[in-house]
Design a protein around this ligand. Structure first.
Ligand SMILES: [Zn+2]
Length: 288
């Protein structure tokens, strides 16, 4: 391709004849049309202009109104209710670009409300049970993928992968379908059961295939300490994703995963430190 092909004179709208669309555009259009047909109400709500960041009112703007509902700062989660749009957060100084949509206008919030009203309890509990079983199986895939990475796999990549994958299905559900949980307790059941299922599969694989000659002390260790570690680390990560969900539901806005990050990092750190100590103790001659 020569430089000439990229010349501005070759733009489609400057040609004498009608532009020939690239074949990839037909495929893209088909995909987009399919997505829109699946749930037109969701598309309308998610693409509403009221989900967009606003042009900030300036301090001199006399028409500025205080925020009339719970509306957390995207950086530090401080409740900005009662503060003025465009003012920096009193807690962290961040100036939010997002403001609550006018009441009654179609927005993510109206769609979410509608979905929450119309989702039956059976759908919600089926979701919880499905995730409780599938979340752990999914995480085993991650564990197997990192099993061959040696010491870095054990103390760094493995713990990160496992902690991410144990709560991946719960997190994905919260991000795309927050109405599929009615209460925080359902998130806890789904996440903790995922971790328990993961621990069970991992122990069965470990004790039957990798170390079939394991001492009874090792068997005992795996079923008590290792299982508790997996459930405990997922519990730490679950605190974060429950915050994400609560904020989305309470403020009727799109889930923002950022507040879950530090909790996930903490979970992976505890897991990594545990694994590093186990490697160290094994090297020092402890039999377990
Ligand atoms: Zn803030």
């Amino acid at each position: 391709m020569s430089d000439h092909d990229h010349s501005i004179e070759n733009e489609p709208h400057l040609q004498a004849h009608p532009a020939q669309p690239d074949p990839s555009e037909t495929a893209a259009e088909k995909t987009l049309r399919h997505a829109t047909n699946r749930d037109p109400a969701q598309e309308a709500a998610r693409h509403s202009v009221f989900n967009e960041p606003m042009v900030r009112p300036t301090a001199a703007d006399s028409a500025r109104t205080p925020i009339d509902r719970d509306w957390s700062c995207p950086t530090c989660s401080y409740n900005l209710r009662g503060t003025h749009l465009g003012d920096p957060c009193p807690e962290c100084g961040h100036t939010s670009l997002y403001q609550p949509p006018p009441l009654g206008e179609t927005s993510y919030g109206t769609w979410l409300n509608e979905k929450r009203r119309n989702t039956p309890a059976t759908t919600i509990w089926s979701t919880v049970v499905f995730i409780a079983l599938a979340g752990g199986v999914w995480a085993v895939v991650g564990a197997l993928l990192t099993a061959h990475l040696g010491i870095w796999g054990i103390v760094l990549i493995g713990p990160i992968t496992e902690e991410v994958m144990k709560i991946a299905i719960v997190t994905g559900t919260i991000e795309t379908h927050p109405y599929l949980f009615r209460k925080p307790s359902q998130i806890w059941i789904a996440a903790i059961c995922s971790a328990a299922v993961f621990a069970i599969i991992e122990n069965v694989l470990y004790l039957n295939y990798y170390f079939p000659e394991a001492s009874s002390a090792l068997v005992h260790w795996r079923w008590t300490i290792c299982s508790s570690l997996h459930i405990g680390c997922t519990a730490i990560a679950t605190v974060g994703i429950t915050k994400v969900w609560s904020r989305s539901i309470n403020e009727m806005r799109e889930p923002n995963l950022a507040p879950a990050g530090p909790w996930l990092i903490a979970a992976a750190a505890v897991h990594g430190i545990y694994n590093a100590s186990a490697v160290f103790m094994a090297a020092a001659g402890f039999d377990f």
